[in-house]
Design a protein around this ligand. Structure first.
Ligand SMILES: [Zn+2]
Length: 258
């Protein structure tokens, strides 16, 4: 297995080719080796010594391309890191073409990994949005919820972004109360995962049910309940944060945390 090393600066210069290209187009990603770098490519990092570049552009027809979520369970961890980092850089490049303060066209800073406004001096670094995702446990059951945005019949975990001023624990308590109207206690950090849809940094947590009746908010969550291991609904895709935490619970790995 190769090692992935992050590039300290995304500027492309003096690369040893061929590079591994991660191209994005219309929500799909294609990965292949090439010596032709498209304009506006960014350097993602290195898989061993081979450069990985990324660009938002047409993907050649002969390259297999698919939705980013479908790549998640398929790629080895070093390649997955490279592809997820690439997705984040492309999102950053798209969103910070112009200065948010004065509207001037930005440029890649010469030394800092930032888009820079030469007029007012503002710098825009790649960003992550911290979010919590929580397994609420009650005896030998886990809380699973069907989100209105899910197109299929999947049941996942309660999740949401951390608001300004909140701790991780505050966000867990608030999200669970907002979405299913129950109180939780004994909140523990379990594991984290970068989730580039588009920039989420997921803090996986475990919490213990305290009180209240599970009542979906009817907006974000349309159905929810506690499920036993032998009576589980359809679960989120392998490779997702939610599926990893639910699998850990199925395997009995969460027991000691409560
Ligand atoms: Zn500016």
């Amino acid at each position: 297995m190769k090692n992935f090393k992050y590039a300290t600066h995304p500027k492309i210069q003096n690369l040893r080719l061929p590079a591994i290209a991660v191209l994005f187009n219309a929500g799909k990603a294609g990965i292949f080796e090439t010596s032709n770098l498209p304009d506006n490519s960014l350097l993602v990092g290195y898989l061993d010594d081979q450069p990985v570049i990324t660009c938002q552009t047409e993907i050649p027809e002969w390259v297999e391309s698919k939705d980013m979520r479908l790549w998640q369970p398929e790629l080895e961890p070093p390649m997955l890191k490279a592809v997820n980092r690439a997705r984040q850089l492309i999102n950053w490049q798209e969103n910070f073409q112009y200065c948010g303060r004065c509207g001037t066209k930005t440029e890649l800073h010469a030394s800092e990994p930032a888009f820079y406004c030469a007029k007012c001096g503002a710098s825009f670094y790649p960003r992550l949005d911290p979010a919590v995702i929580v397994a609420v446990l009650k005896n030998d059951e886990i809380l699973l919820a069907h989100n209105a945005r899910f197109s299929n019949n999947i049941y996942g975990l309660i999740a949401g972004f951390i608001e300004g001023g909140e701790t991780m624990e505050d966000a867990v308590r608030r999200e669970v109360m907002e979405e299913v109207s129950i109180k939780v206690r004994n909140i523990r950090y379990f594991r984290s995962q970068n989730w580039p849809f588009p920039n989420a940094f997921m803090l996986g947590c475990i919490a213990e049910y305290e009180s209240g009746d599970v009542t979906p908010d009817g907006v974000e969550i349309v159905d929810a309940g506690f499920f036993r291991r032998d009576n589980l609904p359809e679960l989120p895709l392998p490779g997702s944060v939610a599926r990893g935490i639910v699998n850990a619970w199925i395997n009995g790995e969460l027991k000691g945390n409560i």
